[in-house]
Ligand binder design. Sequence first.
Ligand SMILES: [Fe+2]
Length: 224
Amino acid sequence: MKHLLSPLPYGYAALEPHIDAHTMTLHHDQHHASYVTNLNAALEPFPELHERTASWLLLNLNKVPEKIRTAVRNNAGGHVNHGLFWRAMSPTGGGTPAGPLADAIKLAFGSLEQFKAQFDEAGGKVFGSGWVWLARAQKDGGGLQVMTTPGHDNPMMQGHFPILVNDVWEHAYYLKHENRRADYLKGWWSVVNWQEAARRFDRSDHSAEQEWETDGGLVLEATK
Ligand SMILES: [Fe+2]
């Protein structure tokens, strides 16, 4: 099994004006593609790992040979996180969440607006390259929380199921928004895919634990 780069689930220009086609093209076809290439290259001498999903590798780094552990962490993480990120956005995105996810956000943060403010503040404070997440704990009642991770780390590595994610590496926004990360974060809500977040929330409880440990809820076509 080789890890494969799936096409974007929409066109390169589909998220304009918030994210321009040039940024999307470079981000998917160059950045994400390089993580897939580098992951396959790192794993190539280790056939015992060839059937493992990228999420499994991230969750089991202690079973990955030390020689390639950092490369696997960075590139499996890059592959998983970008797969989640593309689906966290939609050309028909924006609006507000509905159903159980909306209720859980209200319970955890007070209101949708307070959640967005907390998410934007956390994303703005990420030093260097990283990610900002809405994630659900798998223990202690399974509450929602805003988290950040450095590099290409994923909340799964700390026992949290990812619900929603934004990429705050400069390559995600710099061509259009330049140094104004706060503008990028604020405008991102106009493309956020609440349906996908709700789908992930619905499968994030303890009954989904087995699935969570194997694929992190990522669509497996990305890792055939
Ligand atoms: Fe990225």
